[in-house]
Design a protein. Structure first.
Length: 427
């Protein structure tokens, strides 16, 4: 069935509107970087009701500032309120949701029906988006939530491309899907390993990522009930410790198919990730989406975008559940191939086109002789070796070593404010 926003041509769905690029923002600074680097919307956590209790979560005043910043760029701010609430969590919910509405938040992302119902009652201007914590995977469930007044459904990470096609064919409601980031070894939000091992509730924001730990394996030489049962190690000192973490999701190689699937919002995971991660990943997907819409028929994957994704990667990548159920090769049962890491070392604060000298805010140690790479949201992308570094008064420095210190250096190409500098980790 055609909608006002879609049409079928040449055997594929042709998008007449760009999908939203939704980025994580674990702090106010990350929010600003995400929007500068191309996000149409960001999702954040407040002081309560979210699933990232260890992130630098926002106060209401920080949310207000974030919303004002986002509005200047035509972007939106969503707040995760996606815990499964216990009785003691309900006190103060009305006031909290009214506060979100008052500071200008566009939507909440919720999993618990009482949070959804309360939001409609006390903060009706807020949209309610169904969290991936509900593990929604079929069109009839999507239809159910639409009938409950949900404006957007965030699909489970376990949904396939075929299932997305079926959902879009049967239900006309906004669909959001993860395209990048960490995957849960359980159905998202259904794991209790963290609760059992550390008394940190994964469904109330305390997940300790127990699946990422390293384990030793043992067998019993007799039944557990036997009084002399002992542990027999199933490993040797030379063996690697066992883990059960999954590889991370990356759909940068499949963006044409994702766009043509009709998904309305492409979500990047990672509210606890670094500024470098947020800026790099958002920038790569922004370029891919824009390139598709500039010329859908001639669209091809640019290897540069793929390289950029790997510069921000912490673990090996795959395509998750989109094409087939992951097998043992998609989990990390042994030390994975190490991805070459990069450190965010500086931010361009000013640039003098006549002298070619940039003012840099130091974010990590760098010094003359090291190779650095500039990149930015408006196409900046080049490498150079650091020559001379000066402090603001013109004194030459042997290194930029003080956090947030302003230094100057000559660049081999023009740069812009908000461009970033990075270097290979350990170099």
């Amino acid at each position: 069935m055609k909608t006002a926003l879609e049409a079928r041509a040449r055997g594929k769905r042709v998008r007449l509107h760009k999908p939203e690029l939704l980025a994580p923002a674990g702090s106010l600074e990350k929010l600003k970087f995400a929007i500068h680097y191309g996000a149409d919307a960001v999702y954040i956590g407040g002081q309560k009701y979210g699933l990232r209790s260890n992130a630098d979560n926002f106060t209401l005043e920080e949310m207000r500032e974030g919303v004002e910043f986002a509005n200047r760029y035509g972007a939106k701010v969503f707040v995760a309120t996606n815990i499964y609430a216990h009785n003691e969590d309900i006190e103060g919910l009305d006031e909290y949701l009214r506060g979100l509405q008052e500071v200008g938040i566009s939507a909440i992302i919720a999993a618990d029906p009482i949070i959804m119902e309360t939001c409609r009652r006390v903060a009706p201007k807020l949209e309610v988006h169904l969290s991936t914590q509900q593990s929604t995977m079929n069109w009839q469930t999507v239809k159910f939530w639409k009938e409950q007044g949900i404006e957007r459904v965030v699909l489970a990470r376990e949904v396939s491309m075929k299932e997305i096609d079926e959902i879009k064919a049967h239900v006309h409601v906004e669909i959001e899907a993860f395209i990048h980031g960490a995957m849960c070894s359980s159905y998202s939000g259904r794991c209790v390993l963290s609760n059992h091992f550390t008394d940190r509730d994964s469904n109330r924001g305390g997940c300790s990522q127990s699946c990422r730990w390293k384990y030793d394996l043992f067998a019993k030489d007799q039944p557990l009930s036997a009084p002399l049962a002992t542990d027999l190690p199933m490993f040797s000192d030379e063996d690697d410790a066992f883990t059960m973490g999954s590889k991370d999701l990356s759909m940068i190689e499949h963006m044409a198919e994702m766009i043509e699937s009709g998904v309305d919002s492409f979500k990047i995971e990672g509210r606890m990730k670094s500024i470098h991660y947020v800026a790099t990943v958002v920038n790569a997907y922004r370029q891919a989406i824009d390139a598709y819409f500039a010329n859908p028929d001639e669209y091809e994957l640019n290897p540069v975008w793929q390289d950029e994704i790997y510069k921000a990667a912490n673990r090996p990548l795959n395509s998750g559940f989109f094409y087939e159920a992951p097998g043992h090769e998609d989990h990390i049962f042994e030390p994975e191939d190490k991805v070459v890491g990069f450190d965010f070392v500086g931010l361009v604060m000013d640039y003098d086109a006549e002298t070619g000298i940039a003012t840099i805010q130091q974010r990590n140690h760098f010094k003359p002789g090291q190779e650095i790479e500039f990149f930015g949201p408006e196409g900046t992308h080049f490498k150079q070796f650091v020559d001379t570094i000066w402090q603001e008064d013109g004194k030459e420095l042997d290194a930029a070593r003080h956090p947030l210190q302003l230094v100057k250096l000559k660049t081999s190409h023009p740069v812009k404010v908000w461009d970033m500098l990075r270097k290979k980790t350990g170099k």
